[in-house]
Design a protein around this ligand. Structure first.
Ligand code: NAD
Length: 492
């Protein structure tokens, strides 16, 4: 593949637009090299993209669902054919290991195919004959959707929105994060080329672009994935025009290890380690605090360190031995370091984990040695804040009531996991406040695109994935045809 910097263009009404300003995207493994340049769109260009989507919606909303599916399937095939090239860009701009980048594209394709195969179940009108006459229920597109996505899984968190929105007859303006704008733009380009001009538009930029995308009166729905703080600004910006919203936000997912967990189950420990350190810990649905029953705590920690030292191999994302690459950006490195430093200052034991495969890269790139934090107080920042990086605290607990209370006192509730004998674990899971709870696995390993995904409390509003995730791009329209047109209780 070329290592020359690529230049991404915005897509407005089917045209690739050059902008006056561009933003370089550095390579987190070698921050002195530029992977490519993303456009910086202005507020006016963003308005043009919204206008294009608004005009396109007038005809696209009447398009035939079979035609939409056929277009999406052609796009999926082209993404499949370009997987290697897209994954390499993603690794270079993001820092995630190449296998991880390929995994992200595979999950995206899996979901896009699910959406193609299930959209008809969702949008086919229901006709109900009943004692009062007949009712027709239709599931109509909403209008122009603005999609705003984060840097950690830029492709899957964009396609999770693009596929159901377009398949149900909406149009879209999408804005990726400036911290990983390149590979996702390639995917958007492939999809946009298969659809009529204006159906999928792509803009890049800073806060003014985001504000326009969340306040413009022509936007009917916002599909946002990102931080809870950003979501609060978005809700304010959208309040004037009461937009529909799906918000997938931050989390502080817990793993609860019960006394009947088998500490000698090496495969389970590997799954646990993966669920803490995949993508260098920068996943919303990764376990960010681990509670272990005191009766097995010492043995668990020993086995956990063994598994982590075997599985975590830090270095160049293109080195096939490497499982954990650098952190995506400088701010994130600083933030995670400050949490670990704070834990150290509070007297915690910080244990380095894993092998450093490419020591020559560590000082210059945005690398952090993964760490385990022991001895943290239940309410220390390392426990209650979303670290979003390669560090995890493990703490003992004494009984179920205590650990469930600790779990549920968080302002977040995205995913969680319970580890132990299945029936016991399910029993605990049922008392947990979260959108998804996984038994004896966690994070992406337990994700199933066929079922709804989303957070409770400040982790989000609404659901993506599953047929619920497709339906969230429709408005329910009820057409009533009553048999008795005159109501008996209204006087003549
Ligand atoms: P972020 O909130 O900083 O940015 C997300 C997107 O919002 C970016 O495209 C950004 O440019 C844009 N944005 C920033 N300010 C805006 C504004 N005022 N108006 C409109 N758009 C604005 O999040 P991030 O740092 O990119 O991603 C990390 C966060 O995302 C973490 O909190 C993580 O938990 C969360 N996340 C959640 C999920 C989920 O499914 N629940 C998935 C992945 C990431």
């Amino acid at each position: 593949m070329t290592t020359e910097p690529i230049v991404i263009k915005a897509i407005i009404n089917g045209e690739k637009i050059e902008t006056a300003r561009t933003l370089p995207r550095e390579n987190p493994t070698h921050p002195d090299t530029i992977v490519g340049y993303a456009p910086v769109n202005t507020k006016e260009e963003t308005q043009r993209a919204i206008d294009a989507a608004y005009e396109a919606f007038k005809t696209w909303k009447w398009s035939d669902v079979d035609d939409r599916i056929a277009r999406m399937e052609r796009a999926i095939q082209k993404i499949k054919d370009s997987t290697d090239e897209i994954a390499e860009f993603l690794s270079r701009e993001h820092g995630k290991a190449l296998y991880d980048a390929k995994g992200e594209i595979a999950v995206s394709i899996m979901w896009m195919e699910f959406a193609c195969n299930h959209v008809k179940n969702v949008v086919t009108p229901e006709v109900k004959e009943h004692e009062n006459g007949k009712t027709i229920i239709t599931f109509d597109p909403i209008g122009v959707v603005s999609a705003i996505t984060p840097w950690n899984y830029p492709i899957s968190l964009s396609t999770i929105k693009i596929a159901p929105a377009l398949l149900t007859g909406n149009t879209m303006v999408l804005k990726p994060s400036p911290f990983a704008p390149l590979a996702v733009s390639k995917v958007c380009e492939i999809v946009a080329d298969e659809f009529p001009p204006g159906v999928l538009n792509l803009v890049h930029g800073e806060a003014d672009v985001g504000v326009e995308l969340t306040s413009n009166e022509k936007i009917a729905k916002i599909a946002f994935t990102g931080g809870t703080k950003t979501a609060k600004s978005i809700i304010k910006a959208a309040s004037e025009t009461i937009k529909k919203m799906t918000l997938e936000l931050g989390g502080n997912d817990a793993a609860i290890v019960l006394e009947d967990f088998d500490v000698n189950d090496e495969k389970a420990l590997r799954r646990m380690v993966i669920s803490n350190f995949l993508t260098a810990g920068q996943i919303c649905m990764i376990a960010k605090r681990v509670y272990v029953h005191r009766s097995i705590y010492e043995q668990f920690v020993e086995k956990y360190i063994e598994a982590a030292n075997k599985w975590i191999r830090v270095g160049d994302p293109f080195n096939p031995e490497v499982t954990v690459g650098p952190v995506n950006n400088k701010n994130q490195v600083k933030y995670v370091k400050s949490l670990v430093e704070d834990a150290k200052n509070k007297g915690c034991k910080v244990i380095p984990l894993g092998q450093i495969v490419n020591p020559e890269l560590m000082d210059n790139g945005y690398f952090l040695q993964p760490t385990l934090v022991l001895g943290a107080d239940y309410h220390d920042p390392i426990v209650v804040e979303e670290q979003f990086g390669p560090t995890v605290p493990i703490m003992p607990f004494d009984d179920e009531e205590q650990v469930i209370a600790l779990h549920n006192e968080s302002i977040y509730g995205l995913t969680s996991s319970v580890w132990g004998e299945e029936e016991h674990a399910v029993n605990v899971a049922r008392r947990i406040e979260a959108g998804t709870t996984m038994i004896n696995t966690a994070a992406i390993q337990g994700l199933d695109v066929r079922f709804p995904f989303g957070g409770v409390k400040q982790s989000g509003v609404g659901r993506e994935y599953g047929e619920d995730g497709i339906k969230s791009y429709t408005e329910t329209h009820v057409i009533n045809i009553p048999k008795n047109l005159e109501l008996p209780y209204i006087p003549e």
